[in-house]
Design a protein around this ligand. Structure first.
Ligand SMILES: NC(=O)c1ccc[n+]([C@@H]2O[C@H](COP(=O)([O-])OP(=O)(O)OC[C@H]3O[C@@H](n4cnc5c(N)ncnc54)[C@H](OP(=O)(O)O)[C@@H]3O)[C@@H](O)[C@H]2O)c1
Length: 225
């Protein structure tokens, strides 16, 4: 039995694996290429999980709402890891549509914490300069989160992959190539750099929704699976 939330990474990716047009660009621009069927697919997943996560940089660049809008269903709790605590307190994730939890460190300015709490959202402060995702996943489980959808970006995806906290990856493929170096791809970080350490996946399903190819991958827990 899992003693952490069941974890699904979902992302829109170009054929060359990119998440956005250039470093620092909002992925919302690229997402205008998606049709309504792709949005419905994504929002169906959002409606089925207890929580949804994006990294703090995605909040700063994309300003997403992280709510369920294209299908009927409840909004998941919005959870943002943000070591620096540098998060705009007027961001869309602080709307009244759903609860938001910020996971941060003592680096978060006190006035930011107060402003978030005054809006009725929660701030959880962890020891150290950086967040340990294994510890976060244990904490979230203890708080009753049994399933979580992670929608990027690359840095957060790497934290999950590196710590073996992922159960599924579901991709909405955009039939374009962006090109360029230094642009966030599905998984960033320092990388495994060794064949023996790679995360292995098994294709569970592939189908077309609207104009998009969707692929759904399960993480193989051991090489014999
Ligand atoms: N196509 C898509 O589906 C999609 C989805 C999401 C995002 N994106 C794109 O991806 C880009 C953003 O990706 P990104 O990789 O730069 O950023 P990100 O993963 O969204 O966020 C990274 C930030 O999260 C916080 N964080 C992550 N791990 C941490 C740890 N261990 N300890 C403390 N804090 C931690 C840090 O915030 P602090 O530095 O403030 O501490 C870090 O800078 C944007 O261009 C966005 O448009 C695309």
């Amino acid at each position: 039995m899992l003693n952490r939330p069941y974890t699904i990474i979902t992302s829109e990716v170009t054929v060359d694996g990119k998440l956005t047009l250039y470093k620092g660009a909002s992925s919302k621009e690229l997402m205008t290429l998606m049709d309504i069927e792709a949005y419905k697919y994504l929002h169906q997943i959002r409606a089925k999980v207890d929580a949804i996560m994006v990294g703090c940089e995605t909040v700063r660049t994309d300003n997403p709402s992280l709510t369920v809008r294209y299908v009927e269903g409840k909004n998941p709790i919005r959870i943002i890891p943000c070591g620096s605590g540098n998060i705009p307190t007027d961001a869309n994730i602080f709307s009244k549509d759903a609860e938001t939890w910020i996971l941060t460190t003592n680096r978060m300015p006190e006035e930011t914490r107060r402003a978030i709490e005054e809006k009725g959202h929660k701030v959880f402060v962890f020891d150290g300069d950086r967040l340990d995702f294994k510890e976060l996943w244990k904490f979230l489980y203890e708080k009753g989160i049994r399933s979580i959808l992670v929608e990027g970006g690359s840095t957060v995806n790497w934290q999950l992959v590196k710590n073996h906290l992922v159960d599924e990856i579901r991709l909405i493929h955009l039939p374009v190539i962006v090109g360029g170096e230094d642009i966030p791809t599905l998984v960033g970080g320092e990388g495994f750099k060794s064949l023996s350490k790679l995360l292995h996946l098994r294709l569970r399903a592939h189908f077309v929704r609207g104009r998009q190819l969707i692929t759904e991958w399960e993480v193989v827990k051991s090489k014999r699976d």
